[in-house]
Design a protein around this ligand. Sequence first.
Ligand code: KMH
Ligand code: ZN
Length: 277
Amino acid sequence: MHKLIITVAPVGAEVTREQTPHIPISPQEIAEEARRARDAGASIVHVHGRNADGTPTQSRAVFDEIIRLVREKTDLIVQVSTGGATGMTAEERLEPLECEPEMATLTVGTLNFGRDVFSNPQDLVERFAREIKARRIRPEVEVFDTGMLATADRLVDQELLADPVHYDFVMGVPGGIAATPANLLHLAGQARRHSSWTVAAMGRHQLPMANLAILLGGHVRVGFEDNIYYTRGVLATSNAQLVERVVRLARELGREIATPEEARRILGVPERGKMRG
Ligand code: KMH
Ligand code: ZN
């Protein structure tokens, strides 16, 4: 079994300061939170941007600043969101691809997202896949429900996505697949041969799904984007606290933790500075 790759998703687009005072907002806060998560054992940072007032943004200027600071402080793999927030235009969502990230998310279908709609019609999915491929950025295929696996297969057939595919199984979003062990087994069982996957489960589901992923040979995403609690009713005080727990659990279960350099090798992410060669 490969070493465990831990992704930290420190901010996301939806969580507010009213929900948790611990969420990082400014590029400095996000980069500092990423550094603490790296020290705790994370090897990828999944980046969303926020304006000074806390609202979500995909602005190139904000992402440039976050990425500059993250790279100054850490050797983390930088993965930008192309999902952004519901309601954003495709053009807005694509802006972070200009910031030379090593990885980018690629959501492969539309779903209800709470009371909103996370809109990813086929034309948009193909366009995003083309833009990611053209820049030689390693895609992480965001799978919010079972049917999206078949869409990823079609993208491979269209040569818009290449094997080995790396998925993120996003579980427990209201409107997406429920975060149950049976569903995770099903997703992992339907994944392409030689693929890899991580799991990002919402709220109280984060911990059990992380445990199951460690056992199954998958990888794990934690962080305030998906879950702000440490235990029932008790807020986590940092993203690093959530990473530290996964590290402890993995070690108890006999799974070693990948450094960013090891994660680059496992996922086939080109070394920084060699992206455009
Ligand atoms: N905020 C969600 C609407 C991604 O980062 O690519 C989309 C999302 C997925 O978070
Ligand atoms: Zn995200």
